[in-house]
Design a protein around this ligand. Structure first.
Ligand code: 13P
Length: 278
């Protein structure tokens, strides 16, 4: 198996009526946990990292690990730049061999979102990489300090956006938010259904942490083909590390590392089981 384009995994998900899990990683343990879950479930996944996270986990260190993990894996894996903020970072990720990129221009005025996305599509095209874009405003934040207020994606605008930019995948805003939900969100499945009917691109659900299995299944039935999970994995790693440290007098690095891998493995495995939808 291999490092593959994200498009390949999205087409597979479409044909199987399931979704591919896109799991955010921030260190080696997270990569190892996600990988072993995917291999055990014999299911392709996407390994991704957001540009904001590169402050703690530099691209020059993370990218070679992510790409190498994908190449060595027993299942197909796409490596994706999540929430790129600059064209420079998008280019750097592509140069490192990422098979998919996103530059999140969703907070810009509509025409600027289109113009920026067109530049990304042109750049990624030179590498044969997949492009995801976002339309509408997903709530919460992606490592940012600002909390974004949700603005649901307009279905007609989604159609226009896809036609004009020719993106491969579209992240939608349907009441979803990054981070932990204070209360269970009321996702706008009616809006998702309209977007799905009007567009023919695979749709992406951000803010996967805290969404119920039933909601995931309903979203998949309405065209969601990629689901992003970040907070739940970071939390699982931290919880497992804390649990270990609390029950020993002196923490051992190697045992701690194993616990961190295991925390992420369990979280990824649980989500893959739901996203496989069988
Ligand atoms: P969560 O942190 O809510 O899982 O969201 C992940 C995400 O959408 C990354 O882009």
């Amino acid at each position: 198996m291999a490092l593959v384009s994200m498009n390949q995994l999205l087409y597979r998900a479409e044909s199987l009526n399931c979704a591919v899990g896109a799991f955010s990683v921030g260190n080696m343990e997270m990569i190892m946990g996600a990988l072993s879950a995917a291999e055990e479930m014999n299911t392709p996944i996407i390994l991704q990292i957001a540009e904001k996270r590169l402050q703690q986990s530099p691209l020059s260190l993370m990218a070679p690990m992510m790409v190498s993990a994908a190449k060595e894996s027993r299942v197909d894996i796409a490596v994706h730049l999540d929430h790129g903020l600059t064209l420079e970072c998008v280019k750097a990720a592509l140069d490192y061999g990422f098979s998919s990129v996103m530059l999140d221009a969703s907070l810009l005025p509509y025409d600027e979102n289109i113009a920026t996305t067109e530049q990304v599509v042109a750049m990624a095209g030179e590498y044969g990489a997949t492009v995801e874009a976002e339309l509408g405003v997903v709530g919460g934040n992606e490592g940012d300090t600002a909390e974004h207020k949700i603005v649901c994606t307009d279905p007609d605008t989604a159609l226009d956006f896809c036609n004009r930019t020719r993106v491969d995948a579209l992240a939608v805003a349907i009441g979803n938010a990054h981070g932990n939900y204070p209360v269970l969100p009321a996702l706008r499945f009616d809006i998702l259904e309209q977007i799905h009917k009007k567009t023919d691109v695979p749709l992406v659900l951000h803010g996967g942490t805290g969404i119920t299995d039933e909601m995931f299944r309903r979203a998949i039935s309405l065209g969601i083909r990629k689901i992003n999970i970040a907070t739940a994995s970071f939390q699982a790693l931290a919880d497992h590390a804390k649990e270990y440290c609390l029950c020993v007098e002196r923490a051992d690095y190697f045992a701690l590392s194993e616990r961190m891998v295991n925390g992420v493995y369990e979280n990824v495995k649980r989500h893959i089981a739901v996203f496989n939808n069988n």
